[in-house]
Design a protein around this ligand. Structure first.
Ligand SMILES: Nc1ncnc2c1ncn2[C@@H]1O[C@H](COP(=O)(O)OP(=O)(O)OP(=O)(O)O)[C@@H](O)[C@H]1O
Ligand SMILES: [Mg+2]
Length: 374
């Protein structure tokens, strides 16, 4: 690490980067350092360069935007780069959601408004983020009312008409219907806003499968939706418009009454009942993610076993790969990343626990270039 920054601890270690908390010896402030390296298999020089290009564009054209996390310094390293940003002590929106179960409409509206403000700035400069989700939205304070939301992680972002969208990227639960055809537009980020709003209010994801995403088939049937205002439902329905051309822009979404009025309503005027925080909602959301991460691990393990035939697989406790049982995973969007011959019926509890306990936290598998584009 360069002399200027003294690393204090690791914040996150993922597939494409490691993030550290560090002290800036010159200013005395605490910063975050995101280290990307070609030494990690999934990074290429081109991808790292593209993230750096977007970071530079953010600084040049959007430096005053409060809802975007700006790099304060970028350091090239022999095999990658370090991106230095202010530290967001409130952590990920995802962590807040895990703690409270679900947000009230007022809280959710305030958060979503900030997200839309940030996206409006990005889209006006032709930047499409392509991976909007609670893990990539950071908060400046652990107290939600005081926190400012910052959009981060431009690792999947592109500049429209400048960077080719040659592969499907992002996170499947948040992927818009057009994304499955590798077509990206600012509207694809808006779809993710609809998913995020649904998740914030219920702790659940709206779609179970790729086919449901393509058809825009979701509902507000569960008890958790009973207290939701009509404005809230209308907002989500607007964002989850299947036809990307008819989906609102960020600027239009900001004019929706649920954004303009609900977030600024007084607490005693708007009660989105505490029922929304019912136990188990986020647990169910996280279980979905764990199941999908489990599928990734199973797929990876199977690849190891493939050359040995089915017997070692059975010994390792996995169902036969040659049996085509249509289980949860098959009907879920995970089937995208799971070759058809590996379809199995598997629950999280079926996993060998040593493998499962290695998981840092539930995270949704990324779509990547290996995913067949229909
Ligand atoms: N400035 C920051 N302040 C606090 N936490 C941060 C900051 N930057 C990143 N993080 C944490 O590190 C995580 C990973 O960072 P980021 O999303 O930018 O990388 P990533 O591309 O998702 O990495 P990977 O794909 O390897 O997980 C974030 O989700 C967040 O938890
Ligand atoms: Mg991220």
């Amino acid at each position: 690490m360069p002399d200027r920054y003294e690393v204090c601890k690791e914040i996150s270690s993922g597939k494409t980067s490691t993030v550290f908390e560090a002290r800036d010896k010159i200013t005395g402030s605490t910063v975050a350092i995101k280290e990307r390296s070609c030494a990690l298999d999934c990074n290429t020089e081109a991808e790292i360069s593209r993230e750096l290009k977007i970071c530079a564009k953010l600084n040049e054209e959007l430096s005053g935007d409060p809802n975007i996390l700006h790099p304060t310094d970028i350091i090239r390293t022999p095999d990658g780069a370090r991106i230095i940003t202010e530290i967001c002590s409130g952590g990920e929106l995802f962590e807040h959601l895990s703690r409270v179960g679900a947000f009230t409409e007022k809280e959710a509206s305030r958060i979503v408004r900030q997200l839309l403000e940030g996206l409006k700035g990005l889209h006006e400069r032709s930047i499409i983020h392509r991976d909007i989700k609670p893990e990539n939205l950071l908060l400046t304070s652990s107290t939600l009312e005081d926190a400012t939301l910052k959009i981060t992680d431009f690792g999947c972002a592109i500049v429209l008409d400048e960077d080719a969208a040659e592969e499907v990227v992002g996170t499947i639960q948040y992927a818009a219907p057009e994304v499955f055809y590798c077509r990206y537009a600012p509207a694809s980020d808006i779809w993710a806003v609809g998913i995020l709003t649904y998740v914030l209010l219920s702790g659940l994801v709206p779609f179970d499968s790729e086919s449901d995403i393509r058809r825009g088939k979701f509902n507000f049937d569960g008890d958790e939706w009973k207290p939701l205002s009509n404005a809230g439902k209308s907002f989500i329905e607007n964002m989850l418009e299947v036809d990307a051309d008819r989906r609102p822009t960020a600027a239009a979404a900001l004019r929706h009454c649920w954004i303009r009025e609900v977030g600024s309503a007084r607490d005693d005027v708007l009660h989105c009942s505490g029922d929304l925080k019912a136990d188990g909602l986020v647990d169910r959301y996280m279980a979905t993610q764990q199941r999908e991460e489990a599928a990734e691990i199973v797929t990876a393990l199977r690849e190891d076993f493939t050359n040995m035939g089915p017997e070692p697989l059975a010994l390792a406790g996995f169902p036969s790969p040659y049996k085509d049982t249509h289980g949860d995973l098959d009907s879920s969007a995970t089937s995208l990343s799971t070759p058809p011959q590996w379809r199995v019926d598997i629950e999280v509890s079926d996993l060998p626990s040593p493998t499962f306990s290695k998981l840092r936290r539930p995270s949704i598998p990324r779509l990547n270039s290996e995913v067949p584009v229909p």
